[in-house]
Design a protein around this ligand. Structure first.
Ligand code: FMN
Length: 337
């Protein structure tokens, strides 16, 4: 079966991955209410197309923190990519470069920042920071990212502890022994004392800081006050606190609170081009994809990730045209109910 959409990739990946890896990539926390609601929220929102708009030339291109991207979709930071495919993060980096977008490299990656940079020279990339209990381990990784031309630091703030993921518990999930993780989070060694003051420490590296894992107006305001260049509305793909709002439902209050002071991104549940447009209409500048990307990686490595990105880009392009928008910048609040 040739995959014609992300759902096809999800099914093919389930057939391909072993049970240990599949549980880790697919699962969410607790009863997975938030995991499911991330998807359901996109179904609840209806688009409001406008007709007889000149769509003779439609472009999916936009900019994120001043970087040109060919589509309003970035690659979310996702741990342990060599568990999906032997080429892991290197394949993802090459596919992101080929598609013309930004890859976020996880602290818990199975490739070092320098290796990822060498795999896709010149491509835009961000480094995702988990602050580990041993701060020097985190600092070493950030320094390697800075030295290798990563252009932003994306600090994940919803993970002082790993969520309770029962699929992993049932299967006794283990990181495969042959893999080396850059920043080993699986022993639960996070800095649980991390606070807003640490944003200023992170800003000291001279790169824009993006705060990932914001779900409230209150925290969105604090992120702006502490100098964030961007925020990601995210519940970590339903893997952290179960019972929180879907990302899409939290988006509007964050956009209002940020009030143009930072760029607002969203992740969680994006599987379709129309999902991307709903997020844009509610005020996101772009979205990130986690599982959609990793299903492509599992099925066909670099080619699979690139195909997923191309399919999503084609869906975005078609949906823009049918919505009556010539570019992402034309999508407004009035385009969604
Ligand atoms: C298997 C898996 C591993 C993840 N690892 C990380 C990580 O290392 N760092 C991080 O900030 N977020 C991590 N995330 C969260 C993603 O960055 C993103 O928020 C989430 O996948 C978005 O939801 P989606 O999978 O529905 O696209 C992970 C998500 C998944 C599914």
């Amino acid at each position: 079966m040739a995959a014609v959409n992300v759902w096809d990739y999800e099914r093919l990946a389930e057939q391909k991955l072993d049970a240990n890896a599949h549980a880790y990539f697919a699962g969410g926390a607790g009863d997975e209410v938030t995991l499911r609601d991330n998807l359901a929220a996109f179904e609840r929102r209806k688009l409001r197309p406008r007709v007889l708009v000149d769509v003779s030339s439609v472009s999916t291109a936009t900019t994120i923190l001043g970087t040109d991207v060919a589509l309003p979709i970035l690659i979310a930071p996702l741990a342990l990519q060599r568990m999906a495919h032997p080429d892991g993060e290197l394949a993802t980096a090459r596919a992101a470069a080929a598609a013309g977008t930004i890859m976020c490299l996880s602290t818990a990656a199975t490739a070092r920042p320098a290796e990822v940079a060498a795999a896709a020279p010149g491509a835009p990339r961000w480094f995702q920071v988990y602050v580990l209990a041993d701060r020097s381990e985190t600092e070493d990784l950030i320094e390697e990212a800075v030295a290798n031309e990563f252009s932003a630091l994306i600090l994940t703030v919803d993970t002082p502890f790993l969520g309770r993921r029962e699929r992993d518990i049932r299967i006794d999930f283990q990181v495969p022994e042959h893999l080396t993780v850059s920043g080993d989070i699986f022993g639960g060694r996070f800095d649980t004392g991390l606070s807003w003051r640490d944003l200023e420490w992170l800003g000291g590296y001279g790169l824009p800081v993006v705060v990932k894992g914001i779900l409230t107006a209150e925290d969105a305001r604090l992120a702006c006050e502490h100098g964030a260049a961007g925020v990601v509305v995210s519940n970590h793909g339903g893997r952290q606190l179960d019972g929180v709002s879907s990302s899409l439902d939290a988006l509007e209050e964050v956009v209002e609170a940020v009030d143009g002071r930072a760029e607002v991104l969203l992740d969680g549940g994006v599987r379709r081009g129309t999902d991307v447009l709903k997020a844009l209409a509610l005020g996101a500048r772009a979205v990130l994809v986690g599982r959609a990307m990793v299903w492509g990686l599992a099925v066909a490595g670099e080619e699979g990730v690139l195909d997923v990105l191309r399919l999503l880009q084609q869906e975005v392009e078609l949906a823009l045209g049918l919505l009556g928008c010539a570019s992402p910048a034309d999508v407004s609040r009035a385009h969604v109910q």
